[in-house]
Design a protein around this ligand. Structure first.
Ligand code: PEP
Ligand code: MG
Length: 574
């Protein structure tokens, strides 16, 4: 048995035999074209158009986030600057195939160099190029194999067009060799609840027919598993299926204490699914996702329409909207115009908004207007708050502009350490564990080489969460958690034990977290938290909490299994 490490997406477990994605088309030859440049250009643009239309059509079939991704790809296929790049190469008598290959590669390299969110879009460009080159050669579009038997798909990094239309009856699970937790593959896999592991570098050694277990909760792939491991995995699959069928009720602990379970959304599109999965409101609405492609600031009217559309989906329920969190991995052209050496430590979040206060005022005005026109319970919060003064500033401004409940995200260690003083200035706190982990462990959350440090189980992160929880309890102010940590069923219990009063996550995680909370009383959750806090590192914190959880429940809590105990310590340093 071999164990491969990757980054698990969600909590799924899958068992199956590997089928690898076919290798990409060979690089087009560099020989001089026998056609004149205009004839080659006609060929190239015709193929680019066919590919754009095909991607649009796939988008319409897929709907939701997938449609947005595929539409963005369709636009890449006919991007005028790319066509200019292709044309200039055709005038040097390259073939259409070669010119397309080189032009797209140039753009891909530029995106990779930019890194962050844009860097992770580079794979999308490669896919478009492959599709155009295949069309030029009269070949079928590259894509997922379609054998008679169900299989586990292994690919370098799946193109959005392929992930969006994966046949879930055939594809039992997905392993990618490249890709990070925020790649499109990961985003779409999460949305479609596909059992997936990304960034599994060692998966390059997997061959067709290898039997594997994908254990997304623990971020591992077991190759050639033993009979015992197979039996354990089957039991976990069955338990998860049973939980998905369990009646949907509000989040609560075993002793009946409510822990409202909220959804993280990036647009109104995911709202219906979140409601169907039992979301009791929205704990994080990421407004910057609405404007990632905008070159100028959206108007108050444009914004109000978007916010109203989303608020209408949650009548009478709490909806926490975050002010634009621009910068670092999510740059917005109209807010972040200066080049920065270390953008995660730069003018991002509330800092960027204060530097362009008119944009912040307009956003809060649009939100207040949307609030007045709908009957959701709207709360607003500021991202990347690092000082007490910033918390006071944002809260006062939001109140001044008519918003009744204004709070701050705790994503920077300084805000966690001074949580009592910050909470004294504001209405609530919401802990963003993705950034809080990044800044506590000093490890770029987008960088594969330090991904092992990005583990919110680290006791340093948990101690900071505990500071915020204690401050909230003593001041009687709500403390939510809206980072990915809240989607880990056992960690969710620990977070509640540390004082979180609500949890917000991708809608696909709600069922597992709801089931896990119902297994523990508040006192037990506090014991789990205390055990995790005494550990030296992330893996031992998780192991300590798992051991205590086992002593309280006869079956393992959701998403955790004995393999957790053997996972090497992650994210710790000597
Ligand atoms: C976080 O940092 O945990 C968070 C929820 O915000 P984002 O992931 O959008 O930075
Ligand atoms: Mg954040």
């Amino acid at each position: 048995m071999i164990e491969l490490q990757g980054i698990g997406i969600g909590q799924g477990v899958a068992i199956g035999r590997v089928l690898r994605m076919p290798e990409p088309l060979p690089e087009p030859v560099t020989t001089r074209s026998t056609l004149d440049p205009d004839a080659e250009l006609a060929r190239a643009t015709a193929s680019m158009h066919v590919v754009a239309e095909d991607l649009e059509a796939r988008g319409e079939r897929a709907g939701g986030t997938a449609q947005e991704v595929l539409e963005a790809q369709a636009m890449m296929a006919e991007d005028p600057t790319l066509i200019e790049e292709v044309t200039s190469r055709l005038h040097k008598h390259q073939t259409a195939e070669r010119a397309v290959f080189e032009a797209f590669a140039t753009f891909r390299d530029q995106m990779l160099a930019l890194g962050g969110y844009l860097g992770e879009r580079a794979a999308d460009l490669d896919d478009v190029a492959q599709r155009v080159i295949a069309n030029l050669g009269g070949l079928p579009a590259p894509g997922v194999p379609d054998p008679a038997e169900a299989f586990v798909l292994v690919a370098h990094d799946l193109a959005p067009a392929d992930t969006a239309l994966l046949n879930l009856d055939k594809v039992l699970g997905l392993i990618t060799i490249d890709g990070g937790p925020t790649s499109h593959t990961a985003i779409l896999a999460r949305e479609k609840s596909i059992t997936a592991i990304v960034g599994t570098h060692a998966a390059a050694q997997l061959a067709d027919g290898d039997e594997v277990i994908i254990d997304a909760a623990n971020g591992i792939v077991l190759v050639a598993p033993s009979a015992k491991q197979l039996a354990e995995a089957r039991a976990r699959i069955l338990a998860r299926e049973a939980r998905a069928l369990a009646p949907i009720g509000p989040g609560r602990l075993k002793d009946g204490i409510p822990v409202p379970l909220l959804a993280n959304l990036g647009s109104a599109d995911g709202a219906a699914k979140a409601v169907a999965l039992g979301a009791e409101g929205v704990g994080l609405f990421r407004t910057e996702f609405l404007f990632l492609d905008s070159t100028s600031a959206p108007t108050v009217t444009q914004q109000r329409e978007q916010y109203e559309r989303m608020l209408r989906e949650f009548p009478g329920q709490k909806v926490v909207v975050r002010a634009l969190d621009a910068g670092a991995d999510k740059p917005l052209a109209f807010l972040n115009d200066a080049a920065e050496e270390n953008p995660a430590l730069g003018l991002r979040g509330l800092r960027a908004l204060r530097a362009s206060e008119d944009i912040l005022r307009e956003q809060l005005t649009a939100l207040a207007e949307a609030d007045a026109a709908t009957d959701a319970d709207l709360w607003v919060m500021a991202p990347m708050v690092s000082t007490v003064e910033e918390a006071a500033y944002f809260t006062a401004l939001a109140h001044e502009l008519g918003l009744k409940t204004a709070g701050v995200m705790v994503e920077v260690p300084s805000a966690a350490l001074l949580a009592d003083r910050i909470l004294a200035q504001t209405d609530f706190a919401s802990i963003g564990t993705n950034d809080l982990t990044q800044y506590t462990l000093a490890a770029d959350r987008m960088l594969g080489s330090v991904a092992a440090f990005q583990d919110p189980w680290h006791p340093a992160v948990l101690r900071l969460v505990g500071e915020v929880g204690a401050a909230g309890a003593s001041l009687g102010k709500p403390v939510g958690v809206c980072g990915e940590a809240a989607a880990d069923p056992l960690l969710a219990v620990v977070l509640v034990g540390l004082g979180a009063t609500t949890l917000s996550m991708s809608a696909s995680a709600l069922a597992d977290v709801r089931a896990s909370l119902a297994d523990f009383t508040l006192e037990q959750a506090r014991h789990l938290a205390a055990a995790a806090l005494t550990a030296d590192g992330a893996a031992s914190a998780r192991a300590a909490a798992t051991a205590i959880a086992h002593s309280y429940t006869s079956t393992a809590p959701t998403g955790t299994g004995p393999t957790v105990l053997t996972t090497p310590e992650r994210g710790t340093q000597k």
